[in-house]
Design a binder for this molecule. Structure first.
Ligand SMILES: [Fe+2]
Length: 182
């Protein structure tokens, strides 16, 4: 497996023209990246209140966060607005759920969501979500086990939609407040 350093990752990301790296290219970059303890460990932080999101990088065309999840912590259902994303597991196992809308916007402010996929991803595994992709992720490992993921977004985060799991009510958040829901 080819590996590139963090500095090489940044240089290759910045070499893409414009503000959006296509999701297929972002997947390749993240797959090739050597995610080392030296890169991650100084960014690790935990809270019993909610999972922690620690900024790692924000350039003209890519953003990266270190996410630290205590057992039982999970996102709300959300998209990333105009950004695509790739999440890579550093340690632990994450449960990912992908959704699609099963409505045509008949009821303003609400969405009917259907689960299309549930996956468990382990260390080194990655998942991608193209622009408009709706998903949730979380740590459901049990036994008070912790999980760390590194999540990448292009263009950098700007605004997102959230979806209430019970009612389908749609919310909107803008950067940086949206970081609380990723
Ligand atoms: Fe997400």
């Amino acid at each position: 497996m080819p590996k590139i350093s963090w500095d090489q990752f940044i240089a290759r990301a910045e070499a893409f023209p414009g503000s959006a790296i296509p999701v297929r290219e972002l997947v390749r970059l993240v797959h090739d990246l050597d995610i080392t303890p030296a890169l991650i460990d100084s960014h690790v932080s935990w809270s019993p209140e909610t999972y922690q999101r620690i900024p790692l990088l924000r350039t003209d065309n890519v953003e990266a966060l270190v996410l630290c999840w205590e057992d039982g912590q999970e996102t709300v259902i959300h998209d990333h607005g105009p950004s695509c994303s790739v999440a890579r597991v550093y340690s632990g196992t994450t449960k990912l759920e992908n959704f699609r809308r099963n409505d045509r916007g008949e009821k303003k402010g609400f969405a009917k969501l259907e689960i299309t996929e549930t996956r468990n991803l382990g260390p080194g595994d990655a998942c991608a979500s193209d622009v408009g992709g709706i998903h949730s992720m979380g740590n459901h490992m049990g036994g008070k086990q912790r999980m760390i993921t590194v999540n990448f977004y292009s263009p950098p985060l700007s605004k997102i939609q959230t979806f209430d799991r019970a009612t389908g009510a749609i919310g909107e958040k803008v950067y940086p407040a949206l970081l609380a829901t990723l």
